[in-house]
Design a protein around this ligand. Sequence first.
Ligand SMILES: Cc1cc2nc3c(=O)[nH]c(=O)nc-3n(C[C@H](O)[C@H](O)[C@H](O)COP(=O)(O)O)c2cc1C
Length: 241
Amino acid sequence: MPLETKLTKLLGIRVPVVQGGMQWVGVPQLAAAVSNAGGLGILTALTQPTPDALRHAIRETRKLTKYPFGVNITLLPSINPPDYEGYARAAVEEGVRIFETAGNNPGPLIKYFKSQGCIVIHKCTTIRHAKSAERLGVDCLSIDGFECAGHPGEEDIEPIMQLARAAQELKIPYIASGGFADGRGLASALALGACVCRAHHLICTYSADNELRVGREHGHAVHVHSRKVGHPHRCRSSCDC
Ligand SMILES: Cc1cc2nc3c(=O)[nH]c(=O)nc-3n(C[C@H](O)[C@H](O)[C@H](O)COP(=O)(O)O)c2cc1C
């Protein structure tokens, strides 16, 4: 059943679910499956070894879906950073119009994407960072509470408090992220003012075979962490290899 929100209209999707970037998991098959199901599938740029490989992944995704999908670029601290600009340029040249940025210092990438007329979703773990990204001109925020997988930040703020605060502080649409796994979670996210609920548990369930295959292709299990190593954490292994 279509459920219209500000963001479904902005992104041109039918179901208010956005798949976040997932290293090793955000591959064409998964992104296309999510987009075909009515949500927004997202390719993870850095899962591809080079910008040219990302071009191929984008072309492959297009063969699998006629619906919109996006590309995630995650900026992590590194002595030898990946060619972020190269990945961004390759995706824009391939016609991608929706980007998810995450991590440190996204300003230059956001500026570039906006200069190319793209829609930018920035993922952050605090309202302070969300407001900075809003000032940088992003179209939408993804607010990751500390239940999320990946990098939940250092503030340990759980999503209900954070989203209630987002409703007071933010002017642009935002996505609820972290632990939203089913229709009840979606309903609570909408009640908290979030336009779209993203739910990797849902996606993991939905695409367990795909996840398993991806894990094996890369020669390791995919671990879904909700906390960083060094903190208490739960994790799920997608296969027993
Ligand atoms: C296996 C896995 C890998 C991830 N890798 C990334 C990544 O590379 N970049 C990123 O921005 N977020 C990454 N994330 C975080 C997700 O995009 C999303 O913000 C988070 O999983 C939401 O919480 P949930 O899993 O509780 O729904 C990853 C999540 C998972 C489960």
